[in-house]
Design a protein around this ligand. Structure first.
Ligand code: MN
Length: 215
């Protein structure tokens, strides 16, 4: 990456959604999507910027008394911002996301055995999770294969170097307006929104040693 592309401390901006607020209806309502993107993701952007600037000050003053707090804010808000941007990108209006591509399908079968087994594991990971979390399909370049992980909050329970290629937000704020406590119904319907063309693109880039940029 060119130095000119470096995002300076405190310079993160909320990127607009790749579609209109009503694009994911009836699975995700415009009201829910607007709140989720405009208010909640903005908080992660703001929190990330603040943590970075506080750490600039800490370095300037050589005062690291609050290092644990700001490092946590950095991880939580930074991961929150990145995962939400990926989440919007790997969804598309119902009927427009295509079918799982050739590379996606073969990599899923190589590791999970068959597509249905992958889907069951991913849905179960999303369903049976403690607290606020994500289900994440990652490409793990270290082992040259896919894996499914549950990320608690946004940043816990990861495998380092994994590149997210499909992510599902199962924090209550993602579905509560539309589904109340029926998380499993949201998960089941969410599959209709998956943008398989984007997932295929992300897996190919990751396999090629490139991080698919979303921000
Ligand atoms: Mn969220």
């Amino acid at each position: 990456m060119e130095i000119s592309q470096m995002v300076l401390p405190g310079e993160h901006k909320l990127k607009p959604l790749p579609y209109g607020y009503n694009a994911l209806e009836p699975i995700i309502s415009a009201e829910s999507l607007r709140m989720h993107h405009d208010i909640l993701q903005q908080k992660y952007v703001d929190g990330l910027n603040k943590a970075e600037l506080k750490l600039v000050d800490a370095r300037k003053d050589n005062d690291f008394d609050l290092i644990k707090y700001w490092e946590n804010e950095l991880a939580f808000n930074g991961s929150g911002n990145i995962l939400h941007s990926i989440y919007w990108t790997v969804m598309a209006p119902v009927g427009t996301g295509g079918q799982p591509g050739n590379v996606t399908t073969s990599q899923i079968i190589n590791y999970f055995g068959n597509f249905q087994a992958f889907r069951e594991q991913f849905s179960s990971a999303a369903s049976k999770i403690e607290g606020s979390s994500w289900a994440i399909l990652t490409w793990q370049p270290t082992w040259h294969r896919l894996e499914i992980l549950q990320a608690e909050k946004h940043q816990n329970q990861t495998q380092w170097s994994g590149i997210p290629v499909l992510v599902l937000d199962v924090w209550e704020h993602a579905y509560y307006l539309d589904y109340q406590t029926k998380r499993d119904e949201y998960i089941e319907k969410w599959w209709q929104l998956v943008n398989w063309d984007e997932v295929e693109k992300r897996i190919k880039l990751a396999m090629n040693g490139e991080v698919p940029l979303t921000l």
